[in-house]
Design a binder for this molecule. Structure first.
Ligand code: SF4
Ligand code: SF4
Length: 93
């Protein structure tokens, strides 16, 4: 798992033009954790039920849209996305 550092954020930003891993499964549970990497984003908000909201959702940057793009860049333990192996794919067919 990657560390929550500015250098990791810079890496995510620079590589955000690349495609999302085909091994990613799951869904966003709107925990908002990825909007705090490594600082709390000023556009992060929460609805009355405690789910995260992006105040600039339609215009959010690529690294936000694609997080976590690869298993290597996953920082948030409670993220609803996870990554399966090629073997897992065969077993689910
Ligand atoms: S721009 Fe939106 S999606 Fe991106 S970190 Fe900020 S609140 Fe989260
Ligand atoms: S950490 Fe994962 S589940 Fe949580 S808001 Fe970000 S993408 Fe969604």
């Amino acid at each position: 798992m990657a560390k929550n550092t500015w250098s990791e954020k810079a890496k995510r930003t620079l590589t955000s033009v690349l495609p999302v891993s085909k091994n990613r499964v799951g869904t966003c549970n709107r925990c908002g954790q990825c909007c705090k990497l490594p600082n709390v984003c000023p556009f992060l908000d929460y609805d009355k039920d405690g789910y995260s909201i992006c105040k600039i959702y339609k215009f959010r940057p690529l690294n936000c849209r694609k997080y976590p793009r690869t298993e290597d860049e996953k920082v948030c333990k409670n993220c609803g996305y996870y990554f399966i192996t090629e073997d897992d794919k065969v077993l689910t067919k």
